[in-house]
Design a protein around this ligand. Structure first.
Ligand code: PLP
Length: 426
């Protein structure tokens, strides 16, 4: 069995032996000519196949209210689909909009509406402020950060912990600085940490005093239903918490079926206070006469009920869980006890967050690339792509076949070990 002594505690000679062994393992790895990709948080073909009954739906062209779904209209989405997902997201159907295929587009629309017009409780449009700042839990979702960067919005980071964003840090950033207009939260099985925001943290985020009267929490519940175990996390009820705390307009919730049915042809949702929803639709009416209701009806018929969605997610879990287990197994086998890496064992979502020794993430990604294993660029999970400690790597095991995940992760582990041995031998 392998020596499990932490590398940092080994003598220079032992370390030199270890480094030499990792160099040989890495040379053998590069000789295999692999071409594997762990960058993409996409559903696999087998997962997409689960929803192929959609391709033969809808059956008929009218919804329960007799509306012809082929025609214009119905900006807030089909009532039946809103009722189904309102149950799953623990919101009131009146406060839920079913829109197009992308929740990211809805987030972008809400952001731009606030910049151009302000929100229901804004003293002025955000574009008329000297500066707009968002609080960004890190590691986080790169597209959240690039969206803000594209509008020149400044980003202040706070650590993401197992129970959600470091709420002490958030409270102190938000309390005194009126330029802080919003924050991102991926509450359930966060990208990439897998963290789940607890009811307590959600309660504090909902209730904390904010210098900006129109402070917004972009509550991106992209993985609300994406459990990897039978112990299914229930997302905190942010709308009720915020409302009870006297900040009803603070949260805007987003979700979609991108990783439930089809990632390019699902349905996206927005939920917020009635006033926020009215403001959103009030702006949206100038951009759209109505969403793709044919697709919405197809989804209603495919799922049948909220319970149908839950059962469908179990089939995803059966495909995904072994891949996540393979990531953990490969890292544990090669690196367990060595003190050179820590990684998450998420109970849901699409990612594993891997922290290597400080200053080693970019090196690991380069080593992997040269061995034919594509990893997300180091730093991608931080604003402006800059991880101040150069230690975080986001792993996405959903898309490759199980065997490919096993092979790729054994390779990644070799790269982590080699980079660590190099660093400690410096
Ligand atoms: N939000 C998070 C946290 C994600 O990880 C992703 C996709 O990776 C999205 C949103 C994209 O959502 P959609 O496909 O609904 O635009």
């Amino acid at each position: 069995t392998a020596d499990r002594t932490p590398l940092a505690q080994r003598s220079p000679e032992e370390l030199a032996t270890y480094l030499e062994r990792q160099r040989r393992a890495y040379a053998a790895l590069t000789e295999r000519g692999l071409r594997l990709d762990l960058t993409r948080g996409k559903p696999s073909t087998a997962q997409l196949d689960l929803s192929d009954a959609l391709l033969r739906l809808p059956d008929g062209v009218t919804d329960a209210d007799g509306v012809d779904v082929r025609n214009y209209g119905g900006l807030s989405g089909l009532r039946e689909l809103r009722e189904m997902f309102a149950e799953l997201l623990w919101v009131d159907p009146d406060q839920l909009v079913a829109g197009g295929s992308s929740s990211l587009t809805m987030m972008h629309d809400v952001l731009v509406q606030h910049l151009l017009h302000g929100g229901v409780d804004s003293p002025r449009p955000w574009r008329d402020e000297d500066k707009v700042t968002f609080v960004c839990p890190v590691p986080g979702y790169d597209r959240h950060f690039t969206m803000l960067a594209s509008y020149g919005i400044e980003m202040l980071t706070v650590p993401m912990r197992g129970d959600g964003p470091d709420v002490d840090a958030v409270e102190s950033l938000v309390r005194d600085d009126p330029s802080v207009k919003g924050m991102w939260v991926v509450p359930t099985y966060a990208n990439p940490s897998g963290s789940v925001v607890t009811q307590e943290v959600a309660g504090r985020l909902a209730a904390m005093p904010a210098a900006a009267p129109d402070f917004r929490i972009f509550w991106d519940n992209a993985y609300a239903l994406h459990h990897l175990t039978s112990n299914e996390a229930k997302s905190a009820d942010i709308l009720s918490l915020a409302s009870a705390a006297g900040h009803p307009h603070r949260p805007v919730m987003f979700a979609s079926t991108s990783k439930i049915t089809y990632a390019g042809a699902g349905v996206a949702f927005l939920a917020a206070s009635r006033e926020n929803v009215a403001a959103y639709l009030g702006h949206q009416q100038f951009a759209s006469i109505g969403p793709d209701k044919v697709n919405q009806l197809r989804h209603v018929q495919f799922f049948g009920s909220a319970e149908g969605v839950r059962q469908h997610m179990v089939r995803h879990r059966e495909i995904l869980a072994p891949k996540f287990a393979a990531v953990d197994a490969a890292l544990t086998a090669a690196l367990g006890g060595l003190g050179v890496a820590e990684w998450t064992r998420p109970a849901g979502g699409y990612f594993v967050s891997l922290d290597v020794l400080d200053g080693c993430a970019a090196r690991v990604v380069t080593l992997a690339k040269e061995a034919g294993i594509a990893l997300t660029p180091a730093g991608a999970s931080f604003p402006h792509g800059a991880d101040p400690r150069d230690r975080n790597i986001r792993l996405a095991p959903s898309f490759p076949e199980l065997e490919e995940v096993e092979t790729a992760m054994a390779g990644v582990a070799t790269c982590v070990a080699l980079a660590a041995a190099e660093r400690l031998s410096d």
